[in-house]
Design a binder for this molecule. Structure first.
Ligand code: ARG
Length: 585
């Protein structure tokens, strides 16, 4: 809630008490930011819902409230619209004061959380020796953004990379590695295994076509699990090589993660099963140990089991997640745990959470959420593929975005007859290319599928990264043109709001904190994108109608302050999305 809503709530409490008595004091006045600025800035909608209880028409209730509402110190005279909406408009002087406060605050009015939490964000989490695909890219971008927001609010965030580095597929890989790269296992150094995806494919081919190889692969799993030195070394080589490839992507995206893969929980798995047994939840079904779930049934309507130990004694994805969850609660002492994966894993998490709750490990103290997201599709609406029909490599995908913007930039510079250094062009293309990919992802409601389109995400107009980055660079160039260093802009000068466009920009600037708080709670980053997009639009309108450098004082300085605050808000907002700004572009 922003400071203004909070203040309005207080005043409404007084009005409610005066109008209807003490017991009405704490009623929610239902204050929302007005959808149409013509009617005002805020709207209080409680009259409608109170009507039944008070047995009075909403209009009469609204009139009574308005008569007792003492807000003339910061609002214009209140009006009642429709059946009983109370419309509130803020006074420019009040806006100026609020804005001034935000201006002087390096955190732009975003207060640090009053009680910081320990939060775990489990995101990215690709699988060793397999391709990191677009689903992992989405998880990486969304997870990083959520982590950044929580960190900025002062929470203690653990960014966990739950990589798939354990499981039966390693048997096949180890067996193949021994066969195809025997020298890899005898040298001290980590050998460059080249392309792991090809290695995986070759190993799989071998596995599918040769029964003796299958046997060796199975033995290799057992060896790995029992700590056999050679098997362990082969496994490590695979992990090192994969990590190297993941790192390239993380570096490009500027994403930090702490790797704690599935293998980390391996020593804890047997205990999970033992403890589940002790709670009486465990049932043996066709040799497998499982927990029958509540609210999940199979096609025949029978309760669905969550298997935690297979009949061959092996553990699975769910067992590991149960162990991880317990570790996060007991060792990390997390208050909030956030899992960012595709929506396809929703029931997996619901099942794991249920079992952990019923086992008593997961209590109401802990806020645990799965943050699901939709698919990334190609322009044909199908699964994203390259032109030749192969799966897209993330590195290529990011490079392509950079290359395409680079082409656009060349043309743009030529048209404007601007000469720029190679270094400048490279930096701009890289920042815009990466930002565009991130922004295209974050600006969607994460629950929906989205179509990956370079043309759309790189467009200089519309709800895109380039549009917002251009707005930022435009503001910075105003400063350069006026030979003004925004950093030491006369702090005691004040903002004066008179023009419609100034007021509209100012009001939007004051809503940043609310947008952030919503994301912190609901974990939908598109809310911030929408905010920044509208901020850029409002700024551009303001700049079109209100001359800045050419205005006389004190208007000139006041407008410069507005420019500066806008650019700082854009910069901070973008940084929370994981996007860098450019001073010039
Ligand atoms: N490695 C998994 C995958 O690629 C994602 C892991 C998500 N995190 C978790 N704790 N299960 O689908």
């Amino acid at each position: 809630m922003d400071a203004t809503t909070e203040e309005l709530k207080k005043r409404f409490a007084q009005a409610l008490e005066k109008s209807f008595g003490n017991e009405y004091r704490d009623l929610d006045p239902m204050i929302v930011v007005a959808s149409n600025p013509l009617f005002g800035d805020y709207q209080a909608n409680l009259a409608m819902s109170l009507s039944k209880k008070l047995k009075q028409p909403p209009k009469a209730i609204a009139q009574s409230l308005v008569a007792n509402l003492a807000i003339s110190d910061f609002c214009e005279p209140v009006s009642i619209a429709g059946p009983g909406f109370i419309n509130i408009k803020l006074q420019p002087a009040y806006l100026e004061k609020q804005l001034q406060k935000v201006y002087e605050d390096t955190r732009l009015g975003i207060e640090p959380a009053k009680s910081p939490q320990r939060v775990i964000v489990d995101f990215s989490s690709p699988n060793i020796a397999k391709e990191m695909h677009v689903g992992h890219l989405r998880s990486t971008i969304i997870g990083d953004c959520l982590a950044r927001i929580l960190e900025f609010r002062g929470h203690k965030v653990l960014r966990i990379n739950h990589v798939g580095d354990w499981g039966t597929q390693f048997g096949m890989l180890i067996a193949y590695l021994k066969e195809a790269y025997p020298e890899a296992l005898t040298t001290q150094d980590a050998l460059d295994l080249g392309d792991l995806v090809t290695l995986y494919r070759q190993a799989k081919q071998r596995f599918d076509s040769d029964i003796t190889f299958q046997e060796i692969a199975r033995e290799s799993v057992v060896k790995l699990q029992s700590g056999d030195v050679e098997a362990r070394k082969a496994w490590e080589l695979l992990c090192i090589q994969s990590r190297r490839e993941f790192e390239i992507i993380y570096n490009l995206l500027d994403v930090k993660l702490e790797e704690r893969g599935e293998s980390f929980y391996n020593p804890l798995l047997s205990e999970v099963v033992k403890d589940l047994e002790a709670t009486g939840l465990l049932v043996e079904d066709a040799g497998a140990k499982c927990v029958f779930l509540e609210g999940f049934s199979n096609k025949e309507g029978k309760p669905l089991p969550l298997i935690v130990q297979k009949s061959d004694g092996g553990y699975n994805y769910a067992t590991t997640d149960l162990a991880a969850l317990r570790y996060r609660i007991e060792v990390d002492r997390a208050d909030r745990i956030i899992y960012v994966t595709d929506a396809g894993q929703s029931s997996h998490f619901a099942q794991v959470f249920q079992v952990a709750k019923r086992a008593g490990w997961l209590t109401d103290r802990i806020d645990i959420v799965h943050v699901p997201f939709g698919l990334v599709q190609g322009e044909d609406g199908k699964k994203l593929k390259t032109r030749s029909g192969d799966t897209v490599r993330l590195k290529d995908l990011l490079d392509e975005a950079i290359a395409r913007f680079s082409e656009y930039l060349e043309v743009d510079l030529k048209a404007k007859e601007r000469e720029e250094s190679q270094e400048f062009k490279e930096t701009v293309a890289k920042v815009v290319g990466i930002s565009a990919v991130k922004y295209a992802d974050l600006s969607q409601n994460r629950l929906s599928n989205y179509i990956f389109s370079y043309d759309k995400m790189l467009a200089p107009l519309g709800n895109t990264a380039p549009y917002i980055l251009y707005a930022y660079a435009r503001i910075r160039s105003i400063g350069r043109q006026g030979n003004i260093s925004f950093d030491d802009l006369l702090r005691d000068e004040s903002i004066k709001l008179t023009e419609e466009m100034e007021l509209s920009l100012a009001k939007h600037l004051l809503q940043f904190s609310e947008a952030l708080q919503e994301v912190e709670k609901d974990l939908f980053p598109n809310r911030i994108c929408q905010y920044l997009f509208e901020l850029s639009q409002k700024f551009n309108k303001f700049f079109e109608h209100c001359p800045v450098l050419k205005s006389a004082e004190p208007v000139r300085t006041s407008r410069l302050l507005l420019c500066d605050l806008t650019s700082r808000t854009l910069k901070l907002g973008l940084s929370l999305l994981g996007i860098d700004v450019l001073e010039r572009m």
